[in-house]
Design a binder for this molecule. Structure first.
Ligand code: PXL
Length: 291
């Protein structure tokens, strides 16, 4: 009898930033801990993420087609393709082609349209990057913008105060671009500055889910990457959408709680190393609601 390890494989298309616990430095540990074989296709190498005032930046656009060609020759198959921070507009087109060539009917395509936060685009994110990201988003099964990115993808002016109905309308419009499931993160809860929420809906299900959690007054880069990594692993493990939302929100909250008590430079991100083992524990209590 031959046993197979049955490890599932995820192509992770993000930058590698040495300091700050963003992108691949969150994606790889989280999805490895959740039991997946992560294959990085790096988009750029940075000394540290771009929310520090200075950083070095090596654009890997020219290297990516070579890596992809080699993977095609090896006949590598992926159970999921998960994309995040892109380094150039042409790179986004290359990634679109990679998805078209490597996706099989059962491959989960997760696109985190990393463009900005708190109403502003990150440095290096131009209008052309936003346009190309909009085209890439069409290929997603699961799209996970924060509120800033949701407005940017729809070419609308950022509006931080939204009613639940306005968020539902944003989700519907983003779904029309193509994705089956849209999850909007970092949605303020109106009238309650101590709370934040994520709201999500799948086209194939009429229900809209909301998970609310306490908002701690600190900004940690990389929490979006951490969130979408847990969502990807959880959905691949067979969780329902609301359970995946709960797992991701609770994990971020535990990470922030593990970090907040120290007087650390918040640009270093959350103390991921302290909380990774939680990913293999059963979910403590689900708090999702229908809205
Ligand atoms: O966490 C998103 C992200 C990813 N990669 C780089 C970034 C950021 C956010 O600042 O700068 C390089």
């Amino acid at each position: 009898m031959r046993f197979s390890p049955n490890l599932r494989r995820i192509a992770a298309i993000h930058d590698l930033s040495g300091v700050g616990r963003t992108s691949l430095l969150a994606v790889i540990p989280i999805l490895s801990t959740m039991g997946f074989n992560v294959c990085p296709l790096p988009t750029a190498i940075l000394s540290n993420h771009s929310q520090y005032p200075d950083f070095s930046f090596l654009d890997l656009t020219d290297e990516m087609p070579k890596i992809i060609r080699q993977w095609a020759q090896l006949g590598v198959r992926f159970d999921a393709i998960y994309t995040g921070y892109m380094g150039s507009p042409r790179q986004i087109e290359i990634v679109g082609g990679f998805i078209d060539d490597f996706r099989r009917p059962e491959t989960l395509i997760v696109i985190d349209p990393v463009l900005g936060d708190n109403g502003h685009l990150y440095s290096k994110m131009t209008e052309e990057m936003v346009c190309n990201m909009r085209l890439l988003a069409k290929r997603a099964d699961v799209l996970t913008p924060n509120l800033t990115e949701a407005f940017a993808l729809l070419d609308r002016e950022y509006q931080p105060e939204c009613t639940t109905q306005q968020i539902k309308d944003l989700i519907a419009e983003l779904s029309e671009l193509g994705p089956d499931t849209v999850i909007i993160t970092g949605v303020p809860v109106s009238g309650q500055s101590g709370l934040t929420s994520v709201i999500a809906r799948s086209k194939s299900d009429m229900r809209t889910w909301k998970v609310t959690c306490p908002y701690l007054p600190a900004h940690y880069p990389g929490t979006g990457d951490t969130f979408t990594s847990v969502i990807t692993g959880s959905l691949l493990q067979g969780d329902s959408l609301p359970i995946a939302l709960d797992r991701a929100v609770q994990f971020i909250l535990q990470g922030i709680r593990a970090t907040f008590g120290y007087q650390m430079d918040s640009r270093d991100g959350i103390l991921l190393e302290r909380v990774l083992p939680i990913l293999n524990m059963p979910i403590q209590s689900a708090s999702y609601e229908l809205v």
